[in-house]
Design a protein around this ligand. Sequence first.
Ligand code: SF4
Length: 277
Amino acid sequence: MDSPLTQTPREKLEAWLRYYYDLNLGTFYTDRRSMEKRPSKRAAENAIAVVPGIQPVVASAPPKTAGPLVMLPVVNAPSLFETIDRVENDTLERVREDLGECTRCRLHLQRNKIVFGAGNPRAEIVFVGEGPGHDEDVQGLPFVGRAGKLLTQMIEAMGLQREDVYICNVVKCRPPENRKPEDDEVGTCSPYLYRQLDVIAPKAIVCLGATAVQALLKTKDSISRFRGTWIDYRNTKLMATYHPAYLLRNPAAKGEVWKDLQKVMAHLGLHPKKSMR
Ligand code: SF4
């Protein structure tokens, strides 16, 4: 029997379901047996399977017409990111060309230069930051201000040079007053980041700060949930750590970042030249 859904809504529904699978929310269903006899609050609480890392929400007054919401964790769920099409025969030049003199979001209004990214197009490691600041906006290059100098020190401490790695941001235009990019700005610009990462195909991605990891993992969770542990991003290892600008304000956190970078170095077989100071 033909489905009453047309192709477009079906695809939308599938995308949403995959999204929930990625959040580890596998199955939602209403326990219809309990509709005949409304469960006590305690029974409703007991019926909620706790998914690791996800706080279950228990309604104080369960609806009269439905039983408890049951959430089941998913094992080996397909990744949402596997469903994002890769552009065939893509190159960084083509991505830049497609971006053009972009006016797709409001960040173009006050920018001076688009900061596309810089470095080795065959880098084994890509650093992803949030967005350009003042110096980057003037020069059209990523991480060239004070935070950039600290990033350079971090890279050199790993036994690498800036030219060995690739550096880019989630949004390519400077947000006014260095504010955090809005969700719609991130959503509009990040497909170009995905393409950059697909083209470079590094062995490791280092997300500098919450915006980068949230954009790549499509989550709103705090960086503290991800920092310091390997995460799979489209079959590439992703490590989230603090942004160098945060380290300028909180130098005591450098030790944590150095531990994160040492994990990256171990993965890449790198030997440190010196510790990060
Ligand atoms: S931030 Fe990205 S999407 Fe927005 S105008 Fe700049 S290049 Fe275009």
